[in-house]
Design a protein around this ligand. Structure first.
Ligand SMILES: [Zn+2]
Ligand SMILES: [Zn+2]
Length: 333
């Protein structure tokens, strides 16, 4: 099968690989649509502590079941599905405390390799985090399950909002935060550098915008109750406590590079009671809710798709994404 493989930091190539077979508990999908994601570029640029190379790239996909391993119940060949990235073990301390997104075993064998004709889905994902796609939901929209589920998990970490939410960064995740804020009736302000249509998309999702190319985020008139980092930049992590009102909360949503440290103004955190809240990945319940919101149209990610093409368009799409042109691209292998 044709597949795009990252062979080293900064390097990937198209290869012809032996087609995967479904071992016990697994399924293999014929990939119908796969989305580019900032994580693919991060992985290319700096590797990932949990992913060893070479690796077939891509992790946001909708596919149709091509092969079913022994012992798999509930899925048939031909069925359209979207896999979550991790499959919690259900037995460890984290799983027992309901923190399935933090299950270490769940991240040991992840759904990875969507930029290929066929994609193996690990047994733990099949058991807990593989979702049938409702009829009528387009493949490339269903493939947004992964980023949208992360955002829904972030909302769960916040436990709701009592005021305005400041979303710092307008990549796909920042814009999905804006879309979900609207569906919850929460006022959102998106702060990001303009220059292309991303701030227009934020407005389309009902958010006010601050264009950081010409304004400072500190120019915000009433400070937000919540600030959400969608950049993964340590400078932004360090800045956000200054942009929320006293008693405010900062959600550390975009992941910084491994090994980075962040400095905060201790007096600000203490005397203004600013809470710093981490948010990582999502649980299967978040994924089910994401698919429900996509199917009902309550969250419509279609404006985020800049272009669509075949598998061989991937290098061109990743280059454009790297230049900051377009939010997401869909390939149809
Ligand atoms: Zn992703
Ligand atoms: Zn577990």
């Amino acid at each position: 099968m044709r597949a795009f493989v990252q062979t080293a930091i900064g390097h990937f190539e198209e290869r012809d690989l032996p087609p995967p077979r479904a071992a016990a508990g697994e399924v293999v999908l014929r990939v119908r649509a796969a989305l580019t994601c900032g994580t693919d570029l991060k992985l290319l640029d700096r590797g990932h502590p949990r992913i060893s190379l070479p690796v077939t790239m891509g992790h946001e996909a909708c596919g149709e079941i091509a092969d079913v391993g022994a012992g798999v119940d509930g899925f048939r060949p031909g069925e359209r599905v979207v896999p979550g990235v991790s499959g919690a073990c259900g037995r460890c301390d984290e799983c027992r405390r309901g923190l399935e997104n933090l299950c270490a075993a769940g991240h040991a064998d992840r759904t990875w390799g969507a930029f290929a004709e066929l994609l193996r889905v690990p047994a733990a994902v099949v058991a807990r985090n593989l979702h049938a796609v409702p009829d009528g939901l387009p493949d490339e929209i269903a493939a947004f399950l992964d980023p949208l589920a992360s955002v829904l998990h972030g909302w769960k970490r916040l436990g709701g909002s009592r005021g305005t939410v400041l979303i710092y960064g307008a990549g796909a995740l920042g814009l999905l935060w804006a879309a979900t804020a609207r569906s919850r009736g929460v006022r959102a302000i998106v702060a990001a550098r303009g220059g292309d249509d991303r701030l227009a998309i934020a407005r389309r999702y009902g958010a006010d915008v601050i264009d950081l190319a010409s304004e400072s985020a500190a120019s915000i008139r009433e400070p937000a109750e919540i600030a959400i980092d969608c950049t993964g930049s340590r400078e932004v992590w360090s800045l956000l406590p200054d942009l929320v009102a006293p008693g405010g909360r900062v959600l550390l949503f975009g992941g910084c590079a491994p090994g980075e440290t962040v400095a905060w103004d201790a007096a600000r955190l203490h005397y203004s009671e600013i809470s710093l809240i981490g948010s990582f990945h999502y649980a299967p319940a978040d994924a089910r809710e994401a698919l429900r919101l996509l199917a009902s149209g309550e969250v419509d990610p279609a404006p985020l798709l800049a272009d669509r093409g075949g598998l061989s368009d991937l290098p061109r799409f990743l280059q454009a994404q790297r230049r900051g042109e377009g939010i997401r691209y869909a390939v149809f292998p």
